[in-house]
Design a protein around this ligand. Structure first.
Ligand SMILES: [Zn+2]
Length: 1017
């Protein structure tokens, strides 16, 4: 999946185990329960924990090499049960067994005692009968029977025992093929489904467990005979129990007939709608399954490792077309007036990559190396697909050559979906996009094209990384997302150098380091079990840090070797599933003996955070030390982390070309380098290709600052941006004073390049916003003066006409947006004038796309301007224009309008709900709306979590936008109190830890630096 700018991938709502633990317990003491349900030998026993080992010894056969994965949730369940049971037992004696309904007369005391005695005797006999045969024949013999042993099975929705006790599915049965028939009704917004699942038995078992959610099962047959389906809703699982064992190696067919509603959220098989240019509401049905929502569209084994082939048929009305992963092979005109489309059998693939769409779309196609590439959009926007088609065909050819494996399907569709939450989704052969990330109109700027190209490059890379080779489980999501993100930048840099994507990738690395410097971060490869944990993996660490460490490895191995290793990896594992180590072993084969890829890269993927390298140069000797760069070091859990750092450096004699770069593999806590006597200064982390921060010590910084003051171009622009980024980070950590930061800034008078200037501006704007939110008006105005002193000339010298260089556009928009937000007259007057000309031309005069946000945001501050813009938002068919208009609307300082826009985006009536995270983050940037947005989030929390699942990226973004600018104790307490009160409604989210940690850091920064700011500004 691809994020959408700051609003990353949306994830489906899933079962909430936490809430399950609060419910009436689903616990049955089998010792008391009549054993009317056949229990397989692979049943799991909990409490005491050791009893699980006992069962394994007794010939459990569903537990295989992946049992360790299952253990964590088993532990979770077991532990939660134990905690809960001890609490509840003391609170309520009726806890362990639920009374059958109807038997509610109160028994007398005597009867009760007698009853209990009888029960104890029956229970004892049952236990003896139950355990004797199993332990008698086990190789471990009979362990001491534990009288307190209890088996914990969930209770299925029909009241029977559900025969599985884990969030992960058993491995005893694997799907081979799904034949899926679907009939969506776009009037009633429901659909009918019929699925035949052919499966093979891997280990003899008496049950089949798979996923299903939110559907009504009408009938199920197994090998043609009707069977009973048991459902355990909290885990979205269904099961069938058999009296006879299913034999290893045999294939069986399960058929399920069902109905369901088209989802109203943005996952599963969902309904989407839009207003066309005639004002009519149009509807369509589309899918979004990653990570856990295929189960909402059809019963399936919904884990990435259960790959199978798919044969899909869709029945539809005449006015729509249907699309799926594969080519359509046949359309039948049915007697009832409907049509039925049949699609080619797919390759083996994971369920989260299945997709289908029923809609009225137009398309444009082209043929590339025997693959038919088509771009689909709603009819009103059919003229906006040309750029995407050209880009997709070129990039497909590029990847075909680069990976040396041809894209394996005969078609590739790219579809712009109105009302889509993620940036895009890489469904195999049927990639879905937000319209903004696919469509390019006449008014789109080069920066808009850069975005569209990036998203297409990302999704196309997934056709190999993710689709052809898939991570085994979501803990290694980075193998999909880190790689696709890395390939997106690499391919664009090679294929479209004019898009200046390297600046964007540098920003991505800075952003990833900022996230990863917090205690709330996590290792790139992290163990995940619950749906919320899976959702939370779609974050900056998986995408951006993942891509950053691949860049570092590429720079270390050389481009050629890296490419060879990647090809090796794809060849070795095509069609299969992989883990971290599989990638490293492929890359090790090309790395030569000098470097142990696996050892080196594990230090970057299995521990969180990254290193701070401190340099102390005394004469020829350069002493290096490494430590964990952790902003909130007070709570550090482990100070002894070490990384294998492929340290690079240049010096004053040769500093501005890759041939100057020297490399040193820094593996220990301390090391010493020797350099020539004549070396005046050193710059480490050449072009910031490594994922670490460097502190040069007071003298080292002074030397670098002097060198830059003498000649800016002594270092590459990436190195200059890297120095600015690092010194700010070090000031946050308290390693350098803010005075030193300002010393470095003195050189900016001579800076002209985009990367260092935008990095400096970003950092200063961040401080300005924090001061603004503290209502420290004096310091705010002094900071504004400081910014205009340093950037004013550049701001005033920017042109307001068309600009073709992406890099210059990026700089211009950053400078002018800041200038106008600081009410710099040169800026606001120009903006007003452009807006007036635009209105006078009936919105036909083109405002350069990169200036649109600055211009419209100035206009949105007046009543008339805001009304005009709202009208533009409603009627524009150009999505990039529409989105910038929305940002302008949300930048209003008028409280009444702020309240309206927040509400409208939440309701999704006049403003589409996927834009809510953008609306909130824009509102929060400004003083007027900041606290309103925070109140809005608190008041509407339940509605927000209905729209955006707990843990999902939109929710992560909303939490951080509303809280990350607080820097007072009062706000910290308020944030802690609110999120603490949520309990199972999201209080465990990692982004909440991130929020409180960020506020504490802001408080600390203010304590340390307010005095300096007052003196120096
Ligand atoms: Zn992706």
């Amino acid at each position: 999946m691809e994020s959408f700018e700051s609003e990353r991938a949306p994830l489906p709502r899933n079962m909430i185990e936490n809430s399950m633990f609060e419910e009436e317990p689903d616990v049955v003491d089998l010792a008391k329960e009549s054993p009317s349900y056949p229990i397989d030998s692979d049943d799991v026993v909990y409490e005491p924990r050791s009893s699980r080992l006992l069962v394994r010894g007794l010939g459990e056969n569903d537990m295989d090499e992946e049992e360790e994965d299952y253990e964590s949730s088993a532990r979770l369940l077991g532990m939660s049960f134990m905690n809960r049971s001890s609490n509840q037992r003391s609170a309520s004696s009726s806890y362990t067994r639920q009374q059958p309904s109807g038997s509610c007369s109160m028994p007398s005391a005597k009867k009760t005692v007698a009853g209990i005695l009888v029960l104890i005797i029956v229970a004892s006999i049952a236990m003896v009968i139950y355990f004797l045969p199993r332990c008698t024949f086990s190789k471990d013999g009979c362990h001491k029977a534990n009288s307190s042993m209890e088996r914990i099975y969930p209770v299925a929705s029909n009241g029977e025992l559900f025969p599985w006790t884990d969030l992960r599915l058993p491995n005893s049965v694997r799907p081979v093929q799904y034949e899926l028939w679907l009939f969506p009704n776009l009037t009633t917004m429901t659909f009918q489904g019929n699925v035949n699942i052919t499966m093979v038995v891997m280990q003899g078992t008496k049950k089949i467990v798979l996923h299903s959610s939110d559907m009504k099962i009408l009938k199920a047959t197994f090998q043609g005979k009707e069977v009973k389906i048991l459902e355990y809703k909290p885990w979205q699982q269904i099961a069938i129990k058999f009296s006879e064992e299913l034999k290893k190696g045999q294939q069986y067919v399960l058929n399920i007939l069902y109905t369901a509603s088209l989802s109203n959220s943005y996952d599963g098989f969902y309904n989407s709608s839009y207003i066309d240019t005639t004002g009519k509401r149009r509807v369509l049905a589309a899918t979004q399954f990653e990570p856990l929502a295929a189960r909402k569209a059809f019963p399936c084994f919904d884990e990435p490792a259960f790959k199978a082939s798919f044969l899909i048929k869709i029945k539809r009305e005449a006015e729509y077309i249907s699309l799926s992963n594969m080519h359509k092979t046949k359309t039948t005109n049915l007697p009832d007036g409907f049509f039925e489309d049949e699609f080619e059998k797919s390759m083996n693939m994971s369920t989260y990559l299945v997709a289908f769409i029923v809609a009225n779309f137009s398309c444009l196609s082209a043929n590339v190396s025997n693959t038919l590439v088509s771009v689909y959009a709603v009819p009103d926007k059919k003229d906006q697909v040309h750029y995407a088609l050209k880009t997709a065909t070129e990039l497909l050819q590029f990847y075909n050559t680069f990976f040396e494996i041809k894209y394996p399907l005969s078609k590739l569709d790219l579809v712009g979906i109105p009302d889509f939450l993620a940036g895009a989704m890489e469904n195999w052969g049927l990639i879905t996009f937000r319209e903004t990330t696919l469509l390019v109109g006449n008014h789109s700027s080069p920066i808009d094209k850069q975005l569209v190209t990036s998203v297409i490059a990302h999704e196309l890379a997934h056709q190999w990384f993710g689709n052809l080779v898939t991570m085994r489980w979501w803990n290694d999501l980075w193998l999909n997302e880190g790689f696709a993100t890395y390939m997106q930048y690499m391919s664009i840099e090679t294929k479209y150098p004019e898009l200046d994507i390297d600046n964007e990738f540098l920003n991505v690395r800075f952003r990833a380091m900022a996230k990863d410097s917090l205690n709330s971060s996590h290792p790139v490869s992290s163990k995940v079990t619950t749906p919320e944990q899976v959702e939370e993996m779609f974050d900056s660490v998986s995408y951006e840090k993942g891509a950053s460490i691949l860049l570092m490895l590429n720079a270390t191995l050389s481009e050629k070797a890296f490419q060879k290793g990647v090809i090796e990896y794809l060849r070795n594992y095509r069609g299969g599933n992989t883990e971290n180590e599989d990638l490293w072993s492929s890359l090790s084969q090309v790395a030569g003996r000098s470097i142990n890829v696996s050892q080196m890269m594990n230090t970057w993927t299995v521990q969180k955070g990254f290193p701070l390298v401190t340099v102390n140069k005394i004469g020829k000797q350069v002493k290096l030390t490494q430590e964990h760069f952790l902003l909130n070091a007070d709570n550090a859990t482990n100070h002894s982390n070490l990384w294998h750092i492929p340290l690079t450096y240049v010096n004053d004699t040769c500093s501005n070309s890759s041939s100057c770069k020297q490399v040193f593999l820094f593996k220990d806590k301390v090391a010493t380098l020797e350099v020539s006597d004549s070396v005046k200064w050193l710059k480490f982390n050449y072009k910031n290709e490594g994922f670490y921060i460097v502190d040069y010590g007071e003298n080292g910084w002074k030397d670098l600052i002097n060198a830059l003051n003498a000649n800016v171009s002594v270092l590459s622009h990436e190195d200059r941006a890297s120095l600015i980024n690092n010194i700010f980070a070090l000031s946050r950590l308290g390693k350098v004073s803010f005075r030193q930061v300002l010393n470095l800034f003195a050189y900016l008078h001579n800076e002209t390049e985009t990367a260092p200037l935008t990095e400096a501006l970003t950092q200063l704007n961040h401080i300005l916003r924090l001061l603004e939110k503290r209502s420290d008006l004096l310091l705010v105005s002094r900071m504004a003066v400081y910014i205009t002193e340093h950037f004013g000339d550049l701001m005033d010298s920017q042109s307001w006409g068309e600009e073709t260089s992406v890099s210059k556009q990026a700089l211009r928009s950053a400078l002018l947006e800041t200038a106008c937000s600081l009410n710099r007259p040169n800026c606001t007057e120009q903006a007003k004038s452009l807006f007036d000309q635009w209105i006078a031309s009936n919105k036909t005069k083109v405002i350069p796309g990169d200036l649109l946000r600055a211009v419209l945001s100035v206009a949105a501050q007046s009543e008339d301007g805001w009304t005009e813009l709202l009208d533009t938002y409603k009627h524009s068919i150009y999505d990039s224009e529409k989105r910038k208009t929305l940002e302008a609307l949300a930048s209003t300082q008028n409280v009444r309008k702020i309240v309206w826009i927040l509400k409208a985006a939440l309701e999704g009536s006049e403003i589409q709900t996927p834009e809510l995270p953008l609306v909130i983050s824009t509102v929060c940037r400004h003083f007027a709306g900041h606290l309103y947005a925070w109140d809005f989030v608190k008041e509407n929390w339940d509605k927000l979590t209905q729209k955006f699942p707990i843990g999902s990226f939109p929710l992560q973004s909303i939490i951080m936008s509303t809280t990350s600018q607080f820097s007072t104790k009062m706000h910290l307490e308020e944030v802690e109190q609110f999120f603490g009160s949520l309990k199972d409604r999201g209080s465990q989210m990692r982004s909440i830890q991130e929020a409180t940690e960020t506020i504490k850091l802001n408080m600390r920064w203010m304590d340390r630096n307010l005095a300096t700011l007052r003196t120096w500004l």
